[in-house]
Design a protein around this ligand. Structure first.
Ligand SMILES: C[S@@+](CC[C@H](N)C(=O)[O-])C[C@H]1O[C@@H](n2cnc3c(N)ncnc32)[C@H](O)[C@@H]1O
Length: 306
């Protein structure tokens, strides 16, 4: 079945693709947004980045026929300067970041993201990375796990304490066992599986997601041309808050104009077709005509002065 990316039509509308332009997809995943951008190019090109080499392989498959307009490269957000410069690029016409995990990561038990299907307690987006979720569990004290679940998982204190105690009390065999151990210690609250927030917290820690997002929000806009557009899609409130604040700062400093006064969410038809899209929130901005360089300097000095 063809992979349908979240908020594709809306993303393309905000990007307002120039057929000869240069674009960066920081989160290529299965290549849905990359394909959408590349299909609108003539002599232009998309630099398709992702830290997950296996997702990039899938993206290559899913974008057959468009490879003359796509460059695939494995890179994390924290390596974006190097990735863009290594192509001899500096400023680009548009960028997209569709944060979170890809379908291939979530649905392959061996990647260790799945609550339902047993797999190793892994959760690395880049399988060459050293630390797995099992390492974090075995190396952290109960108190450290509680803090992790509260901060990254946005879980409340008592369920975090109960989950941490239950996890530390026995060896965890696989992801389904982990989900069951958490479920036995934490009551179900609403529709969400009780281990959802615990899995999210572990995944964020394994992949250093908060620091990676900070690097993206700081350095990506430095690569936008005057008039260049950036679309960011977030799936949980902590990430979206960071995006909102970063965009607001750029807007206040006169560096960029925020195009989404109100966030854009999937409509009922999209959430019916693709239920996980229901938590997606899209924000977009346009770099001011002063260009990125001058105004980014101005923003730095304003921050220094604050
Ligand atoms: C929601 S998926 C993107 C789906 C994609 N837009 C599509 O249409 O198939 C998010 C992707 O971002 C990647 N990712 C997450 N954090 C990253 C980071 N810090 N650096 C690079 N890629 C990252 C994940 O590996 C995943 O493939």
């Amino acid at each position: 079945m063809e992979h349908v990316p979240v908020l594709l039509a809306e993303s393309l509308e905000f990007l307002d693709i120039r057929p000869e332009g240069r674009y960066v997809d920081f989160t290529t995943g299965l290549g849905g947004h990359t394909r959408g951008i590349a299909s609108n190019l003539t002599t232009g090109c998309v630099l398709a980045l992702d830290r997950d080499g296996e997702s990039l392989e899938q993206a290559r498959e899913n974008t057959k026929g468009l490879h003359d307009r796509i460059i695939f490269r494995q890179a994390a957000f924290s390596q974006l300067d190097e990735a863009i410069r290594s192509e001899g690029w500096d400023l680009v016409d548009g960028m997209i970041s569709d944060l979170g995990v890809s379908k291939v990561q979530l649905t392959s038990p061996e990647r260790g993201f799945s609550l339902m299907n047993p797999g190793p307690v892994d959760m690395r987006m880049d399988r060459k990375a050293e630390i797995t979720a099992a390492d974090i569990i075995s190396r952290s004290s109960e108190q450290e796990l509680v803090r992790l679940f509260m901060e990254f998982g946005e879980e409340r204190r008592i369920p975090s304490q109960n989950a941490a105690r239950a996890i530390r009390a026995r060896p965890i065999r696989d992801t389904r066992h982990l989900a069951e151990v958490v479920a036995s210690a934490v009551p179900r609250f609403g529709k969400l599986h009780p281990a959802t927030r615990i899995f999210q917290a572990l995944r964020m820690a394994v992949n250093d997601e908060p620091a990676e997002l900070d690097a993206l929000l700081k350095h990506a806009p430095e690569h936008l041309k005057p008039g260049g557009r950036w679309v960011v899609i977030a799936f949980h409130s902590g990430e979206d808050r960071k995006v909102k604040n970063a965009f607001r700062e750029l807007g206040r400093a006169g560096v960029a104009k925020v195009l989404t006064k109100h966030v854009v969410r999937p409509g009922p038809e999209e959430t019916r077709r693709n239920p996980p899209s229901r938590s997606a929130v899209l924000r977009a901005l346009e770099m001011g005509s002063g260009g990125s360089d001058n105004n980014m300097d101005e923003l730095d000095s304003k921050e220094d002065a604050a």
